[in-house]
Design a protein around this ligand. Structure first.
Ligand code: ATR
Length: 280
């Protein structure tokens, strides 16, 4: 019989958070590895974030994930922030260390790269130019991930050019800011196309983009996962491009977080994918 000492508690803090798939993902792994623990929803309003983060230790949590709108605001509340998360400027994982200190990590960069590798085992960041659409919060982890993996030419297209320029200035080479109107020119010779905007998401307009100029072997990635097959991915698949969907990133970002708290690096199995797909 396990004692309280071995019971591991984690969760996802957000506002709103009811729609989060994280409890289903982590609970699946807890069951699969026959661990004694739980992963729960933690609805926390922005004004309560500091109290909630401080409360993790008192409540015996091993840590938590953070989602909208807490990923940036939680960073200064940590005792220690992983250098990669610092560069990204946001954390999605809090770990309560044995001595009670709070460490912040960002596993979105890992999740994104792993989703590309799951789609194409031989994928490399330095095989050709990369075109990234969108310069919001999600783009930051993806840009840092691509730069870390050795991308040499990143074409960053955003509706508000100033935001793309600000990211190019902050992260430096190899990122170049490109006006939204030139997004189709930016597909010429690209080896990877990534949509980090909300366009194509259920209830939003589709992304208006002709893929005519994109090489057929380019990998096309969309971080939107509702619907799983966005109009962008459907168009890419129809012309023969390899694709990586947004569920791959969601499932893979959860893996290192689970490892931090539960001590096991879990896998993204077809069974887990089916389980979460059924909730989309
Ligand atoms: P996230 O954290 O998901 O990245 P965000 O920070 O609000 O969310 O960023 C949303 C991204 O989608 C931005 O790049 C945004 O472009 P702007 O910076 O110009 O706002 C982009 N986006 C949202 N709606 C768009 C639209 N209708 N056309 C083009 N880009 C859009």
């Amino acid at each position: 019989m396990a004692t309280d000492k071995h019971y591991t508690l984690a969760g996802v803090m957000g506002w709103p958070v009811a729609h989060s798939r994280s409890p289903a993902i982590h609970s699946h792994w807890i069951r699969q590895h026959q661990l004694h623990g739980d992963y729960v929803l933690l609805p926390v309003q922005p004004e309560q974030l500091q109290d909630a983060i401080r409360g993790l230790r008192a409540l015996g949590f091993a840590g938590c994930n953070l989602t909208i709108p807490h990923k940036v605001a939680a960073l200064p509340l940590m005792d220690r922030v992983d250098p990669l998360a610092k560069r990204i400027g946001a954390i999605n994982t809090v770990v309560v260390e044995k001595d009670g200190t709070l460490a912040g990590y960002n596993t979105d960069a890992y999740g994104f790269i792993q989703s590309l590798l799951d789609a194409q085992a031989h994928w490399r960041a330095d095989t050709g130019p990369v075109t990234v659409l969108g310069a919001g919060g999600a783009a930051r982890a993806i840009l840092v991930a691509l730069a870390e993996r050795g991308a040499k030419d990143i074409r960053l297209c955003n509706r508000s050019l100033d935001k793309a320029q600000a990211l190019a200035a902050e992260f430096g080479a190899p990122i170049r800011a490109i006006p939204w109107e030139q997004r189709e020119d930016a597909l010429d010779g690209a080896a990877l196309l990534v949509n980090t905007t909300s366009l194509g998401m259920k209830g939003q307009e589709p992304l208006a983009l002709s893929l005519d100029r994109l090489p057929k072997q380019a990998l096309v990635s969309d971080i939107v996962y509702v619907p799983l097959e966005t109009p962008l991915l459907a168009a890419a698949r129809a012309r023969g491009n390899p694709v990586a969907d947004g569920l791959g990133m969601l499932l893979n970002q959860a893996r290192p977080a689970f490892q931090h708290w539960f001590g096991v690096m879990p896998d993204v199995t077809p069974e887990l994918r089916r389980l979460i797909e059924a909730t989309l």
